[in-house]
Ligand binder design. Structure first.
Ligand code: 2PG
Ligand code: MG
Length: 424
């Protein structure tokens, strides 16, 4: 059996030019594998702690403390050990840290080691990473999952914290549900993206992009953003509501203050019920089939109201609400909030806990969407996670910018290499 020879971390840059942790695990037989961890901007307050240096270099955003924690504290604890016992390794990392929020070592250092361990184990076993994820799901939960290609949710118009425009809703996504293959889904989405660019140009609107590669023009309302997307779908000779559906991520915690939802871009302040009605109207008017963080993470009354109002006809996704945390998620399920969960492994900080959260979703008939963060790298681990756990949906930005398309490109290779895998 191969054993761990070294665990080495360095500081690298993410898609916003902000430092993040890269980690390489090497085995005694010469096999090694690397990962890089992502980072959010519109973060949930209950996410595991991302450790940053807070000193003057890199404007306080350096991650040298997290890097040092891996190289001097975590590495010695795992030299000579079996790299295949993922759950045991993750549990020991969590114990080494010893805090609920992973604030001693940092979720960015723990996750980097956890993911690098998965990659090196898959490489050593000479199996694809997605198959390895299926196997460890079984080891950890005792349940089985069937790998499949996920339906992509592509964020083609950016607002909120991810852009410098006046749009309050953070993400306007297209879901190419009518596509019969992953490659067709990507082709359609890319055609729509380019037609949207041309439409914006014709209307003298900005075509600069936000953090996730979607366009970020100034518009009069959220509804105007939806109308522009519908126009670009039609221009692509596709049908909205048949070939292509829409999804929103409101990231509502970002504009909820003093018990009101402040849509600054359209000069409105709405209470929970009024904002639920605002969203319900959009769902009735347009082919919107998924809304993420439609309510603030602490407005549980609002969440309940929204779920009762439109939960039967629209996927309602908890992101900041559940923060990929098994316990917080279970409490939310028990309270009847939302009907789906966004899965971001850096919100919780280890692959074992991420898998447990997905298992809870499966056992309770909640849908799971594997997701990128707004700060990404060329790392494609989430593509394999979505396939291996057969969750059926992935959200990883526009069909543009290398940090976003790296994931779609990995999925295109998987589709080509494994003809037995199907979309959805
Ligand atoms: C979100 C994410 C990713 P961030 O809110 O869903 O799109 O953004 O990584 O900034 O939290
Ligand atoms: Mg979100």
């Amino acid at each position: 059996m191969s054993t761990i020879k070294s665990i080495k971390a360095i500081q690298v840059l993410d898609s916003r030019g902000v430092p993040t942790v890269a980690c390489r695990v090497s085995l005694d037989n010469g096999t090694s594998a690397e990962v890089k961890v992502p980072s959010g901007a519109s973060t949930g307050s209950k996410e595991a702690l991302e450790l940053r240096d807070g000193e003057s270099i890199f404007l306080g955003k350096g991650v040298m403390r997290a890097v040092k924690n891996i190289n001097t504290f975590i590495q010695p604890a795992f030299i000579g050990r079996n790299p295949f016992e993922q759950e045991k390794i993750d549990n020991e990392l969590i114990l080494l840290d010893g805090t609920d929020s992973k604030s001693k070592l940092g979720a960015n250092s723990i996750l980097a080691v956890s993911l690098a361990m998965c990659r090196v184990a898959a490489k050593d076993k000479k199996i694809s990473l997605f198959n390895h994820f299926s196997n460890i799901y079984k080891d950890i939960t005792g349940n089985t999952v069937k790998p499949s290609l996920p339906m992509p949710m592509l964020n083609i118009l950016n607002g909120g914290e991810h852009a410098d425009n006046n749009i309050d809703i953070q993400e306007f996504m297209i879901i190419p549900k009518g596509a019969s293959s992953f490659s067709e889904a990507i082709r359609w989405s890319s055609e729509i993206y380019w037609n949207l660019k041309n439409i914006l140009k014709e209307k003298d609107l900005a075509t600069a992009v936000g953090d996730e590669g979607g366009f970020a023009p100034n518009l009069n309302s959220n509804e105007d953003a939806i109308k522009l997307i519908i126009e670009s779908i039609e221009k692509s000779n596709l049908e909205a509501g048949k070939d292509i559906f829409l999804a929103l991520d409101c990231a509502a915690s970002e504009f909820y203050k003093n018990e009101s939802y402040h849509l600054v871009g359209e000069g409105k302040s709405l209470d929970s019920e009024q904002f639920a009605n605002y969203l319900a109207d959009l769902v009735n008017k347009y082919p919107i089939i998924s809304i993420e963080d439609g309510m603030d993470e602490d407005d549980l009354v609002g969440w309940k109201l929204l779920t009762e109002k439109i939960g039967s006809k629209c996927q309602l996704v908890g992101d900041d609400l559940f923060v990929t945390n098994p316990k917080i998620f279970q409490d939310g399920i028990d309270a009847g909030l939302a009907n789906a969960i966004l899965i971001k492994f850096n919100q919780i900080g280890s692959i074992t806990e991420t898998i447990k959260t997905i298992d809870i979703a499966n056992l309770n008939n909640y849908a799971s969407i594997v997701s990128h963060r707004s700060g990404e790298t060329e790392d494609t681990t989430i593509a394999d996670l979505a396939v291996g756990l057969g969750v059926g949906q992935i959200k990883t930005g526009a069909p543009c910018r290398s940090d976003r398309v790296a994931k779609y490109n990995r999925l295109l290779w998987i589709e080509d290499d494994y003809s037995d895998l199907h979309i959805g």
